[in-house]
Design a protein around this ligand. Structure first.
Ligand SMILES: Cc1cc2nc3c(=O)[nH]c(=O)nc-3n(C[C@H](O)[C@H](O)[C@H](O)COP(=O)(O)OP(=O)(O)OC[C@H]3O[C@@H](n4cnc5c(N)ncnc54)[C@H](O)[C@@H]3O)c2cc1C
Length: 469
């Protein structure tokens, strides 16, 4: 895969990288196949070099070599990009996974997180102090890609997106320089990193604000029969649109798994599941969950649990290596007819691994200043994320068609805005629509300054203006 703007490749001169302290893998190395594998099993790319960078100096050295050799350059952390942006055929992968440093500053209530951490690792380190920052709902997702592309999680109504909590970053820029950025240092770059994805450099360290969370919270799932889906979703909408920030979660449409809490008659059937995540005063939790319990679920698995257990609760249903196709959009309002349209399509979900998330927004998410980050759409009350996963490549046509049909059913209720992290195809010219014209133009101006030759093109790409003209 060679993105627009990448220069033609010259023959690879060497696998040795001057000044590089990490490991360089090439085809034939024992770990090469494991190192090039990403979450989406449909992606099978063979890089010329995988440079496992240990710090900013390594990333800069690898970048310089890649530019000299005119290789397409991918930057890889957790490898969960649906489009597989972290790996590239015949090019250089700068793999930041060895960057594992994590340092909690209790006085400042911040954490400095190496770019190679997963959410499981970062949550474990911060929860040791009863602190957390909004993180992904699957614990093996990378902190880096998730933060740069938004960062939506159970805590978002309470504490905003992960990117909203970014207070600083160390970045290797396209010219090989290493800069520290924050609201007061290279503020344009800092703004763009909060949602603009991997377009602006290799981030080697993130500094994130922390909040008191748990370690015990009240969470889990309430499951409902499909015959009651419309009634339950309408009621859920009404509860969440009036709920305090402390009540988080989402509604999910999926096929019931054979889990111990699921009644046998529901296994394999379409169901609505409400995931509940209550933060703040535990004494209040029962009161906040009561209106959802009053909907009379067929299965109730909500109770006290460690925050880290909530964060990994969905891991088992989302294994790496399956085929993936995702669609997502913001939904300003969720009228009953939108719910009916969603349910008509979702009744025929083709894969037991597929989920549609209907995410209530609001709270701290909605209060964030629209201009402080590259993430707009703060007024939308809902977002949907249709995450289709299936094991058999032969079933691709049917699963893709179903996902696209779901998106089409939601189109009348969405203005076309989405966070690119949630879209698994290369969005090309649609990226502008995802961000909205004003934010996109501002991102282009930052790209012109920090990466005018589009060295970092393997992402939902903000193209520099010289490529647009
Ligand atoms: C099962 C699953 C569940 C998910 N759940 C959520 C969720 O709850 N909330 C949410 O917001 N998103 C979620 N996502 C989407 C996820 O946030 C994005 O796919 C994200 O980009 C993954 O980041 P990564 O580091 O794992 O992936 P990678 O593929 O390694 O990287 C993703 C992108 O970020 C760039 N990048 C990675 N590291 C760096 C770096 N150090 N510097 C610069 N650029 C870099 C890459 O080049 C690539 O463009 C989920 C994805 C999956 C597969």
């Amino acid at each position: 895969m060679r993105a627009a703007g990448q220069p033609a490749r010259m023959p690879l001169a060497t696998s040795y990288i001057e000044g590089f302290a990490g490991t360089v893998l090439t085809p034939g190395d024992d770990r090469y196949d494991a190192a090039r594998a990403v979450f989406n099993g449909a992606i099978d790319r063979r890089p010329a070099l995988i440079a496992e960078a240990t710090d900013a100096r390594d990333a800069a050295a690898a970048l310089e070599q890649g530019r000299e050799e005119r290789l397409p350059i991918a930057v890889r952390a957790g490898g969960h990009s649906g489009a597989g942006y972290g790996v590239v055929d015949d090019g250089l992968v700068i793999d930041v996974r060895p960057m594992q440093r994590v340092e909690v500053d209790l006085a400042a209530r911040t954490v400095r997180a190496g770019a190679g951490l997963t959410w499981a690792q970062l949550d474990a380190a911060t929860q040791a102090h009863g602190l957390a920052v909004t993180g992904g709902r699957i614990s093996h997702t990378g902190v880096a890609g998730l933060t740069l592309g938004s960062g939506s999680g159970w805590l978002e109504r309470m504490h905003g997106l992960t990117a909203d909590n970014l207070v600083g970053a160390t970045v290797v820029t396209a010219d090989g320089g290493v800069v520290r950025t924050s609201a007061h240092e290279h503020a344009d770059l800092f703004w763009a990193l909060r949602g603009g994805g991997g377009n602006f450099g290799v981030v080697t360290e993130f500094e994130l604000a922390l909040h008191p969370v748990g370690p015990m919270i009240v969470g889990g799932v309430l499951m409902f029969e499909w015959s009651r889906a419309g009634e339950v979703l309408s009621a859920y909408r009404d509860v969440m649109e009036a709920a305090p920030d402390e009540l988080g979660g989402c509604a999910t449409l999926h096929l019931a798994p054979p889990a111990p809490f699921v009644p046998g008659r529901l296994v394999g059937e379409p169901v609505v599941t409400i995931t509940v995540a209550v933060f703040g005063d535990p004494a209040e939790a029962e009161r906040l969950v009561a209106p959802l319990r009053a909907l009379r679920p067929a299965a109730d698995a909500v109770g006290p649990m460690p925050y880290c257990a909530l964060q990994s609760m969905l891991d088992e249903g989302n294994p790496p290596g399956l085929q993936n196709h995702w669609k997502a959009a913001f939904v300003d309002e969720l009228p009953d007819r939108a719910i009916d349209g969603a349910l008509d399509v979702a009744a025929a979900i083709p894969s037991p691994f597929t989920v549609v998330l209907l995410q209530p927004l609001g709270g701290a998410y909605a209060r964030m200043d629209e201009h402080a980050t590259a993430l707009t759409h703060r007024g939308a009350k809902w977002a949907y994320h249709a995450l289709s996963l299936w094991p058999d490549p032969a079933a691709t046509t049917v699963n893709r068609a179903w996902t696209d049909a779901f998106a089409a059913a939601m189109t009348p209720y969405s203005g076309g805005g989405a966070y690119p992290n949630y879209v698994s195809d290369d969005a090309g010219d649609r990226v502008r629509r995802f961000y909205g014209a004003e934010t996109y133009d501002r991102l282009v101006a930052v790209k012109d300054r920090w990466d005018p030759h589009n060295v970092f093109a393997l992402n939902q790409n903000i193209r520099p203006s010289k490529e647009l003209s």
